[in-house]
Design a binder for this molecule. Structure first.
Ligand code: SAH
Length: 259
């Protein structure tokens, strides 16, 4: 690997690209242009892999940086160093994230790391699953008479963080719509906390699994029964959880969806 400041490092460039929730039609034109022109593509588990493989230059180097069964994911440190190494070879590097790269994506950490080494880094925003997930299930995050505010929160916090930052009860009481990413594994804890904090058990909840993909599924319930409904349906990640009255608009927006 070459050190920062070398000629190659100045010539190379890293795009931190959001690829949307999975359906390639939800990629931006800019994301597609960069995928087609990149020398190196480093992609995540939730990126549209088939599209990337089909559209990349024939001599592009494709590197998978996500988790695979029986194999460890690359650590963030390893990814940062890989991006640095490839940029310093003078390459055009596309680092592809699912959804938006700066929303629970750690793309900002990659940019900070690269920028601190003098490597050019540019973000390409993507359609986040936090918004596309609800919308593709006919649930608007806001609606004029029903919900004026939205909070997007993680279902779990970074392991290295000591103090707690996300108090679901407080958030759900002050914000009309709460959207939870990475929350499937902790659904019952989150729901219990909301009920203990005094939220109405009849508060509507929806879970959108594999949003935008052919196997998208939606489970709708209330705080009182969503845990058992999710268990019955065997909901698995990736999924977005939506808590709030906007969930009821689903039937009005898409009357053909039967619950
Ligand atoms: N940066 C991403 C989020 C990364 S965190 C974005 O903006 O979308 C990973 C979480 O995103 C998953 O646990 C899940 O909650 C959500 N997610 C990503 N893709 C999804 C999809 N197609 N359907 C439902 N949820 C998805």
């Amino acid at each position: 690997m070459q050190g920062a400041g070398k000629e190659g490092c100045r010539k190379g460039k890293v795009y931190i690209v959001g690829a949307g929730p999975g359906d390639p039609e939800l990629l931006t034109l800019k994301a597609v242009r960069i995928i087609r022109s990149a020398d190196v593509i480093v992609y995540d588990r939730l990126a549209p892999t088939d599209f990337i493989k089909r559209e990349a230059k024939s001599d592009a180097e494709l590197i998978y940086a996500g988790k695979a069964p029986g194999r460890h994911a690359m650590s963030q440190d390893e990814i940062n160093k890989l991006l640095e190494e490839k940029a310093c070879e003078g390459k055009l590097v596309a680092r592809i994230h699912g959804g938006d790269p700066f929303l629970f994506g750690r793309g900002e950490e990659e940019c900070i790391y690269l920028a601190s080494r003098g490597i050019s880094c540019e973000v390409v925003p993507g359609i986040t699953s936090a918004i596309a997930g609800p919308e593709l299930a006919c649930i608007p995050p806001t609606s004029r008479l029903v919900a004026s505010s939205v909070a997007i929160v993680p279902g779990r916090e970074a392991a290295e963080r000591k103090e707690r930052r996300v108090y679901y009860g407080r958030i759900a009481k002050t914000v009309d719509t709460m959207i939870v990413l990475m929350g499937v594994g902790r659904l019952s804890e989150i729901v219990n906390e909301l009920l203990e904090e005094g939220l109405d058990p009849s508060t509507p909840v929806a879970i959108v699994e594999n949003a935008s993909l052919p196997n998208q599924r939606v489970v709708v319930g209330r705080l009182a029964n969503i845990v058992s409904k999710a268990r019955e349906a065997n909901v698995k990640p990736p999924a977005v959880i939506i808590v709030g009255k906007v969930v009821w608009l689903r039937d009005k927006i898409c009357p053909e969806t039967s619950r």
